[in-house]
Design a protein around this ligand. Sequence first.
Ligand code: C2G
Length: 131
Amino acid sequence: MKKILTYGTFDLLHHGHIRLLERSRALGDHLTVAVSTDQFNLGKGKICAYTYEERIHILEAIRYVDQVIPETNWEQKIEDVKNHDIDIFVIGDDWEGEFDFLKKYCQVLYLPRTPDISTTQVKEKLASVNK
Ligand code: C2G
């Protein structure tokens, strides 16, 4: 069984997220998604619209996602790859090169981001229509 792993916040889920998850799952037989906790997001400068519990509930409902685990720090990836017998680490190419250190443990892929959509854009669009 080829196991895939990716990480993210996945706030205000949109089709860019779904396309990333869809392409990731298509690389193998099982996709684990490590979802950033609210505490970890504060460190990323992100305050989410949806809580961690809400975000993992949404992700667990997605057909491409087989398992959801918490992302609580920047240092957990090597252990996650080892503990979950991961074959491929995948993430959007906005992170190009950032996780090449994982190449010692698994294949590392950066997938093209979906253009013209982001959680920030969704928030801005909502703010403008509610003025
Ligand atoms: N993404 C995408 N296209 C978009 C927006 C996002 O492909 N238009 C991808 C990102 O590249 C990432 C995933 O969707 O692979 C989740 O995006 P975020 O929730 O913004 O995740 P991020 O804050 O980048 O967290 O340790 C890694 C970090 O936790 C990644």
